[in-house]
Ligand binder design. Sequence first.
Ligand SMILES: O=C(O)C(=O)Cc1ccccc1
Length: 394
Amino acid sequence: MALNGCSNAPQLGFATLKLANPHTLSVDLRYGVGKCCKWKCCCMSILAPRALTPVEDEKPDLTETESCGNGNRLPVQLNELKGLQKDINLLPRPIMANDFPSSKDGSKVRVAYQGLPGAYSEDAAFKAYPKCKTVPCDEFETTFKAVELWLADKAVLPIESSIAGSIHRNYDLLLSHRLHIVGEVKLKVNHCLLGLAGVRIEELKGIVSHPQALAQCEMMLGDLGVAKISAPDTAAAAKAVASKRIRDTGAIASSRAAKIYDLEILAEGIQDDDNDISRFLILAREPIIPAIDRPYKTSIVFSLEEGPGLLFKALGAFSLRNIDLLKIESRPLKQRPLMVVDDSNKESAKYFDYLFYIDFEASMADVRAQYALENLQEYARFIRVLGCYPIDRI
Ligand SMILES: O=C(O)C(=O)Cc1ccccc1
């Protein structure tokens, strides 16, 4: 059954749902629901052959990349990948698994994260995949490229904390890349104040850490009256204090980082709110198959057409179908173009007045969610399903 305008789509036993409006949804029995060509939902687009490659396929051997050739686990550098991406782009066909040497141990999922060993993002990777091999990367964007170039299977991305709020630039990365959210990890981070052995807290003049960690320990930092110094991640902060032997500077990081970098825990549980939950997204090249066997959530981003009351109508698409909204966030983007990549992986600068990020509590296998997105499309100038994935509980 050829789908309208999708003759290039693989014939995967599609059943067709005729809806009240002229749009025809096609249900791919293996991958969920997708709007034929006109509108692709990440977790259920009409899949190109590449997307049918099972994730468990052989993965490239990262030993060289992970050790960066000298045995130390240094972060993968973005510029290292740019060159590789150029070569890859010369390939006359989509990247296939056999473009890379097979890995020795296909069972170990390789998870890219931003930071050094001991970062909370690495803790999140181990919570999601206890036996994984973690791949430290220097920047968040490097983790995306590592997955896109098959140098890692998944990426972990810190996206928000209940105290410090969302990390907006990481949402922008979701739009400028074509990875799919396939999971979330919630962590109650237990921030520790680390210092060189024998140092007393009163001696500290400055404290270094990731901005998110500094924000989560505002009260303690205010009480100490010390300078706040930003670092790329909490583990890098710990490593800097240890390697430079800085006596008058402490680091906020995990107890695991204290062990890795041989620092003393001067104080533990220093976060302002013990119920502060940090949330990380798990990203992959392919979406997971949405199901309804357990609680799912779906993350979308959209912008609206011009017109009064459209946001009210857009949110009504969910409330009228008893779909609970777990998160809604608007981001003003006046005059600032956003790099958005489309379904053919073409990147373009798009201008939106506002972007709305919504997490709603439903699986895309649930017809209520499908109808809600269909309804939202009537008011939206742009919709992207970022992913549909099981809800993580603390
Ligand atoms: O810096 C880290 O260790 C990270 O993974 C980012 C972060 C920082 C603070 C709370 C959650 C994640």
